[in-house]
Design a binder for this molecule. Sequence first.
Ligand code: SAH
Length: 225
Amino acid sequence: MTLRMRLQPEAIGSGMTSQRVRDRLVERLRENGIRDERVLNAIRTVPRHLFVDEALATRAYEDTALPIGHGQTISQPWVVAKMTEAVLEAEPKKVLEIGTGSGYQAAVLAALGLEVHTVERIGELLRTARKRFRQLGMNIRSKHDDGRIGWSENGPFDSIIVTAAAPALVESLTAQLAPGGTLIAPVGGASSQSLLKLHKDADGVVTQHTLAPVVFVPLLSGMID
Ligand code: SAH
């Protein structure tokens, strides 16, 4: 697989961000049930330490969520891997992400050669994520908006990935899913959430099942600068 990004010296890393440390994370993900080599390879290659504050860079290859400011988090690598595996099952070309956050999940999808569209409600997080995409030479389409309305002008999407939890599946997002497409979203409240996978067949009939228990920050309404 050819990974689509430009690696500059700071992306290569050293010490606690070195290739050896990243390989160890990938082995851990493999032990914890991640099987898709394309996903493991993308996680091995995308420099997660560039998606967190410099002070947290040494922890970037631990399998944990980390704070990114504004009360938000970069998702745990296992969760990113699990969601990305589910996205790839539909053999998608065009993907919509709701909740850009640090930009890491979007970068993993872009590294896999997918056409990525991502929406974030917090302007400052989006501006920082965009700088990282540029730095890595990644062409990711992004929008500052309330992602609960999706991005209908650019849809429909082969796959939709929601990275913040809502009490129920968001109808307007399901509507922007192409026939044959898959939507992955955490659903539930603050204390208990499940990662759901929804499939829309060629006739538009929808089926869903649960992938794993997860913890995500909430999907909120409106936008802020
Ligand atoms: N995918 C991100 C995870 C970020 S956490 C990453 O890889 O780092 C979830 C993100 O969803 C937060 O940045 C939060 O601001 C954003 N979010 C919450 N509600 C949203 C909404 N309605 N529209 C767009 N983004 C939203």
